[in-house]
Design a protein around this ligand. Structure first.
Ligand code: MN3
Length: 201
């Protein structure tokens, strides 16, 4: 049984970058539906008591389990996305990133540009991520529901939801404005730093 995690801030806390209306619908309708459908699909199966990460790893690439994979992966990624944002976020990364940023990108401006390009350039629905891979920072995008740990050993540090439901009410078709607002005003580098430490860097 999977539960819908509460948002770590109020529904209006991310305004003006993400409106109360968007955040309310996104959490109470989209995220809640992914959780509910996951529970319907695992009920009475061997995965009934598994956590989301286990469900995702066990169903990834299995054609008979595509429905469950998609719902569970979206449930996991949305919980990660809420934590990737903060009303006090944005700006320069936490000092914990100084050396790994210098090694991997040369500096924050280069990573920021790569993240903008990845999030804006992803065709259709998906996610943009900052990950730790082989001790280095990477920026990557994944399609539809796939979290980055399905593709190799990537440890997710931060994510941006680039499905249209994440921004359409606030920005219509102008995804670049949403992406830049999230990166510059909302990204939670404290959360990313905790993930970086857990990833061993
Ligand atoms: Mn979403």
């Amino acid at each position: 049984m999977i539960t819908l995690p509460a948002l770590p801030y109020a529904y209006d806390a991310l305004e003006p970058c993400v409106s109360r209306r968007t955040l309310t619908l996104h959490h109470k309708k989209h995220h809640a539906a992914y959780v509910d459908k996951t529970n319907e699909l695992i009920d009475g199966t061997a995965l009934a008591d598994a956590d989301l990460e286990t469900i995702i790893r066990q169903t990834y690439g299995d054609e008979d389990q595509t429905k469950l994979f998609n719902q569970a992966a979206q449930a996991w990624s949305h919980a990660f996305y809420w934590q990737s944002l903060s009303p006090d976020g944005g700006g320069k990364p936490h000092a914990a990133f100084d050396s790994v940023l210098a090694d991997s990108f040369g500096g924050f401006d280069v990573l920021r540009e790569a993240l903008v390009e990845s999030a804006v350039g992803h065709f259709g629905s998906g996610w943009a991520w900052v990950t730790l891979e082989g001790g280095a920072l990477k920026v990557r995008d994944t399609h539809d529901a796939v979290p980055p740990f399905c593709e190799g050993d990537a440890v997710p540090l931060l994510c941006i939801d680039v499905w249209e439901h994440a921004y359409y009410l606030d920005y219509q078709n102008v995804r670049p404005d949403y992406v830049k607002a999230v990166i510059d005003e909302l990204l939670n580098w404290e959360f990313a730093a905790a993930n970086l430490r857990a990833g061993g860097r």
